[in-house]
Design a protein around this ligand. Structure first.
Ligand SMILES: [Cu+2]
Length: 121
């Protein structure tokens, strides 16, 4: 019981320390900084569209696909060189870009009118 009660106090103390350190040093703490800057290889599926519709990456890079629709989708290369398989609504998947440079058209196998293209260079 004591441990449970101590936690908020500790957290508050730590927060105070952190805020104090920040205000004396940096004027702008890293609020809102996002990890997306680390890797821009991202395809978002929304409203039955791949965004961006054309993406260029380096050979072997990993690409994250975020499905923001309320229905399942896939990212499947026409030549099957990559395939996320089914991505559930709200879920994400990652696939690896082909090692061979070129342009790889892909579709969603569930909705085959959905088209995108991945260029490896
Ligand atoms: Cu789909």
């Amino acid at each position: 019981m004591n441990a449970v009660r101590l936690r908020p106090v500790l957290a508050a103390a730590l927060l105070t320390l952190t805020l104090g350190a920040c205000s004396s040093g940096h004027t702008a703490p890293a609020v809102g900084s996002s990890a997306s800057a680390v890797s821009g290889n991202r395809i978002t599926i929304k409203d039955f569209q791949f965004q961006p519709g054309a993406l260029t990456v380096h050979p072997g890079e990993s690409i994250t696909v975020a499905n923001q629709d309320a229905t399942a989708h896939t990212v499947t290369a026409d030549d099957k060189s990559f395939d996320t398989k089914t991505i559930a609504p709200g879920a994400s998947a990652t696939f690896t870009a082909p090692a061979k440079p070129g342009t790889y058209p892909y579709i969603c196998t569930i909705h085959q009118y959905m088209h995108g293209s991945l260029t490896v260079s």
